[in-house]
Design a protein around this ligand. Structure first.
Ligand SMILES: NC(=O)c1ccc[n+]([C@@H]2O[C@H](COP(=O)([O-])OP(=O)(O)OC[C@H]3O[C@@H](n4cnc5c(N)ncnc54)[C@H](O)[C@@H]3O)[C@@H](O)[C@H]2O)c1
Length: 301
């Protein structure tokens, strides 16, 4: 009896989420939207007719994203419809109180969001031995706890409203591709991966879908700001430049991740590996996991 009741609530939830096949007039929140995948995601939702609330720890960059969205299409913008346009806020996602205040402000000024994209994140590289506890904590605070705070701040109001919605969490192919010298980053992203899958089951009866995005190697600003543990300033700069050149040559642009995110919301997809290497890694991790452990021993760059 209990299971039958559950199945009924899953079906009702899935039906409720399906209203997001049409994104016109929806309210979308994107964290870390001042650059890369976050900026392109905000632009992509705006181009679908959504009203977008963007935030970043760097307010100016979030304001630039909002300005791009508010520009008419003829001037290269996404031409926000509905007059709501895009709105920019300063938020550090690793600050729980700031995230809660942000959610309250969004609800008061713009309404309860239909879609929340927990995108803000940082790169971090270096062996476990070289990584200090403070560095490990910083990675977890932004990449993992930032996502937890985002889900905690917005999901109760979405549940209360009762008309469903969607949460998108940015994980990484690193979540299922172990690599030496990427311990802290991979751990933070694996935590996001599992958090999102658990949450997906919990929020289904409320009509709220949850998607886990695993981009792969995408040409953004991420490696330019990646810290390399145990290196001097000169070595750090050399590593960042080398990695950045590699990401540029790979040439997978963030707008393609943004398209995958929009599609994931429309189709309520659970796990979304985006680049070909992210897709291949996902399959290998499921069907041939020992190959991933061997691969982990090889220097990635
Ligand atoms: N680029 C890739 O290859 C790649 C691969 C896998 C996963 N990802 C993930 O995608 C997400 C976006 O990364 P990106 O590649 O667009 O990087 P990016 O550096 O271009 O953009 C990240 C944005 O997040 C913001 N940010 C950083 N810390 C923040 C904080 N504490 N609070 C609020 N905003 C903060 C930055 O200011 C920046 O605008 C991240 O979670 C990243 O881990 C990226």
């Amino acid at each position: 009896m209990g299971l039958l009741k559950d199945i009924g609530s899953w079906r009702r939830g899935a039906k409720l989420q399906r209203r997001l096949r049409d994104l016109t007039g929806t309210l979308v929140v994107v964290t870390g939207a001042g650059s890369g995948i976050g900026r392109e995601t905000a632009l992509a939702f705006a181009a679908e007719g959504a009203i977008v609330v963007v935030c970043d720890v760097n307010l100016e960059s979030a304001q630039d994203t909002a300005a791009l969205i508010n520009l008419p299409a003829s001037a290269g913008g996404a031409e926000a419809v509905f007059g709501g346009g895009a709105h920019a806020y300063h938020v550090d996602v690793s600050d729980e109180q700031a995230m809660t205040r942000f959610a309250e402000t969004v609800a008061a000024h713009h309404g309860v969001p239909d879609i929340v994209v927990n995108n803000a994140g940082i790169g971090f590289s270096g062996t476990f031995a070289d990584t200090t506890v403070a560095q490990f904590e910083r990675v977890m605070n932004i990449n993992f706890w930032g996502v937890v705070y985002g889900c905690r701040a917005f999901s109760p109001m979405m549940i209360k409203r009762g008309s469903g919605g969607h949460i998108v969490n940015l994980s990484s192919a690193a979540a299922y591709t172990p690599q030496k010298a990427l311990t802290a980053y991979s751990t933070s992203k694996a935590a996001v991966f599992m958090l999102s899958d658990c949450l997906r089951a919990e929020l289904l009866p409320h009509g709220i879908g949850v998607s886990t995005i695993c981009p792969g190697i995408v040409d953004t600003n991420i490696v330019k700001t990646t810290e390399f543990a145990g290196t001097t300033a000169a070595e750090q700069l050399r590593n960042q430049t080398k990695a950045d050149n590699f990401y540029r040559r790979r040439n997978f642009t963030p707008d393609r991740v943004a398209s995958a995110i929009v599609k994931a919301v429309r189709t309520n997809k659970a796990i979304v590996p985006v680049t070909p290497e992210a897709k291949l890694g996902y399959r290998l991790s499921r069907f041939y996991p020992s190959s991933m452990r061997v691969g982990a021993r090889i220097n990635a760059l």
